[in-house]
Write a new protein. Structure first.
Length: 212
């Protein structure tokens, strides 16, 4: 069974994590970065998870999992150290809920990929749960390939695209300018810190005569 790759917006979505060890902590951190509303259920927690609770970043219930904990949750992650607990979470989940069972990829309705991030640029790598080690290896390779300049480069392209879409140009003209903005010289100017030159050359694309 293949997975349908997609990026989801979890801002304000109710998410449950069962477990609060090191693996669960990584899952919680990812959900918090996505601005989800996170509830954690676990008898024991790491110091970091405890701090997130004290500062109000998560709702923490320091107890064993109850089946009713899944009620109202959009996303459920079972990351307890006990496989029996994780299985109980899976059995309690409803068909419409997205479920990730960290030690049972065959029971997951979604998997969390290895991700390379440079600002708004995200590259997700997944083996469909077959070999997370390979996904991590490929992530490391891409982290070396994609320098920090891609954060600024992506931001620049986003600003240019938003400006372009606000001008009410014909589709052919928009496609032409967007293609020109992807020319390697704009990337190299960003990488070398020649921001003024980059922006000046980009401005020329907006003031050139329209296509005939």
């Amino acid at each position: 069974m293949g997975y349908y790759p997609m990026f989801v917006k979890l801002t304000g979505k109710q998410c449950l994590v069962v477990g609060a060890g090191k693996v669960a902590q990584r899952k919680i951190a990812g959900l918090l970065a996505a601005e989800a509303d996170v509830t954690v259920v676990s008898p024991s927690v790491t110091p970091t998870v405890e701090e997130w609770s004290v500062t109000g970043r998560i709702m923490l219930h320091r107890r064993v999992f109850h089946p009713e904990d899944v009620q109202g949750m959009a996303v459920i992650v079972a990351a307890a150290s006990d496989p029996a607990v994780n299985l109980a979470v899976y059995e309690a989940a409803l068909p419409q809920q997205w479920v990730n069972i960290v030690d049972r990829p065959d029971l997951c309705s979604f998997v969390v990929p290895a991700v390379v991030e440079r600002g708004d640029l995200q590259i997700a790598i997944s083996t469909g749960g077959q070999n997370p080690g390979l996904a991590k290896k490929l992530r490391s390779e891409w982290e070396e390939r994609l320098g920090a300049e891609y954060e600024e480069y992506t931001r620049f392209l986003g600003e240019m695209r938003r400006r372009l879409l606000s001008l009410g140009l014909e589709e052919e003209e928009k496609r032409s300018i967007l293609a020109a903005l992807l020319d390697e010289r704009f990337y190299h100017w960003t990488k070398s810190g020649q921001i003024e030159r980059r922006d000046r050359e980009a401005e020329k694309l907006f003031t050139r005569p329209p296509l005939r």
